[in-house]
Design a protein around this ligand. Structure first.
Ligand SMILES: O=C[C@H](O)COP(=O)(O)O
Length: 343
C-alpha cells in the first residue's frame, strides 16, 4: 500500500459562531463496532506531519469564537458529555455517592432555573475503580446514567492478562456498563501489533455487553505515529471508544494527540464502516479546555459526534469551572472557586 499521510487541513479564516447540537439530543441507536481482523496495511505506512498537527491544534480555538448564550449552550452540552470521574487511592463509598449525586444534578437549582432548561441535565457517565462500582450502581439507580469502571490493572496494566480479564468480568458482574481498559504500552513501543490486537480483542470479549474504552496512555507512546497505529489496532480489535490517557501519565490529553486520534477514527469509519467514540481524559480542568475539545470534535468529525455515544470528556475536576462560567453568564459575576468545589 502506498504511504499514507494523516492529512491535516490548514486552518482557514474565522468562521461564524455555530450552534451546538441541543444538549438534550441523543443520537439514534448506533451499530456497535464489530472490529475487523488485524489489518496492518491500514496503518503500517502512516506518517504524521508533526508541525501541521501542531499548527492545526494551535489554531482550532482561534477559528471560532463562542460567546454569551452560545457559550452557555456549549457548556451545557459539555456537561452532558462528561465522564465524571474519581480515581484516587483515598476514594471512599461516601465520596463516590456524593459524586453520583452531582452526576444526577450537576448544576445548582437557581442556575438551572435561570438558564430555563427544558430537559433533565445530567452527565454522560460516572467513572470509578471496580470496587466502587456497586456504590455507583446503587447511587445512580433510575437516573439512566451509565457506570464506567476502569479495569485491567489501571493505570499501568502491568498484570498478567488472565487477571486483567478477570478484573473486567468482576466489574461487569458488579454492574458496570462501560469498561475503561489500559493497553500494554510495551506492545506499541515494540511494534507488536498482533499482541496488542489479541489482548484488546480478549478484553472486548470479557466485556460482553459492556462497552469497551481503550486507554492508549498516549503520553507513554513516544510518537504521534505510534498513537495513530495504536488507535487503529484498538478499533480493529473492537474498541467502542478510544481514550487518550489515564490521568496518571506525565503528559495526558493534548489537542495534537486528540487530532491524530480523531483522524484515525475518521479513517477507520471510511475503511471499516463503523463509528468509534473518542474520550480525551487527564488534565481537563477548565471550561475553556472543555470548549477546545468540543470544537475539535465539531471541526473534525461534525456535530453527529457530539453525543454521549460517541464522545466523552473524562475529567475529575472540570465541572466546577463550567458551573462557575455558567454562573457568570447568569449573574454577570464570578463566585469564588470553592462555591463549585465538587468535581
Ligand atoms: O479517566 C479519567 C482520568 O483519570 C481523569 O483525569 P483527571 O483526574 O486529570 O481529570
Amino acid at each position: 500500500m502506498a504511504e499514507q499521510v494523516v492529512k491535516i487541513r490548514a486552518a482557514s479564516t474565522a468562521e461564524p459562531v455555530a450552534e451546538p447540537a441541543p444538549a438534550s439530543a441523543h443520537g439514534a441507536e448506533l451499530a456497535r463496532n464489530a472490529g475487523t481482523p488485524l489489518k496492518p496495511e491500514w496503518f503500517d505506512n502512516a506518517r504524521v506531519n508533526l508541525s501541521a498537527v501542531d499548527r492545526r491544534a494551535a489554531t482550532l480555538m482561534t477559528r471560532r469564537t463562542v460567546k454569551k448564550e452560545w457559550q452557555a449552550a456549549w457548556l451545557l452540552k459539555a456537561i452532558t458529555l462528561i465522564d465524571l470521574t474519581t480515581l484516587a487511592g483515598d476514594d471512599t463509598e461516601e465520596r463516590v455517592a456524593r459524586l453520583c449525586a452531582k452526576a444526577r444534578h450537576p448544576l445548582r437549582d437557581d442556575l438551572v432555573e435561570a438558564l430555563g432548561l427544558d430537559f433533565e441535565l445530567k452527565v454522560g457517565a460516572v467513572c470509578v475503580y471496580p470496587t466502587m462500582v456497586p456504590t455507583a450502581v446503587r447511587s445512580l439507580k433510575g437516573s439512566g446514567i451509565p457506570v464506567a469502571s476502569v479495569a485491567t490493572g489501571f493505570p499501568t496494566g502491568l498484570m498478567p492478562l488472565r487477571l486483567r480479564l478477570e478484573e473486567i468480568r468482576y466489574a461487569v458482574e458488579e454492574g458496570a456498563d462501560e469498561i475503561d481498559i489500559v493497553i500494554t504500552r510495551a506492545h506499541v513501543l515494540e511494534q507488536n501489533w498482533q499482541a496488542l490486537y489479541d489482548e484488546i480483542a480478549q478484553m472486548r470479549e470479557a466485556c460482553g455487553k459492556a462497552h469497551l474504552k481503550a486507554i492508549l496512555a498516549t503520553g507513554d507512546l513516544k510518537t504521534l505515529r505510534n498513537v495513530y497505529k495504536a488507535s487503529m489496532v484498538a478499533m480493529q480489535a473492537g474498541a467502542d471508544f478510544i481514550k487518550t490517557s489515564t490521568g496518571k501519565e506525565d503528559v495526558n490529553a493534548t489537542l495534537p494527540v486528540g487530532l491524530v486520534m480523531v483522524r484515525a477514527i475518521r479513517d477507520y469509519r471510511e475503511l471499516a464502516g463503523f463509528d468509534v467514540g473518542f474520550k480525551p481524559a487527564g488534565g481537563i480542568r477548565t471550561a475553556k479546555d472543555a470548549l477546545a475539545w468540543l470544537t475539535l470534535m465539531k471541526e473534525e468529525l461534525g456535530n453527529e459526534w457530539l453525543q454521549p455515544d460517541l464522545f466523552r470528556l473524562g475529567a475529575s475536576g472540570v465541572l466546577g469551572d463550567i458551573s462557575r462560567q455558567l454562573e457568570h453568564f447568569v449573574t454577570g459575576r464570578y463566585s469564588s472557586a470553592d462555591r463549585h468545589a465538587v468535581a
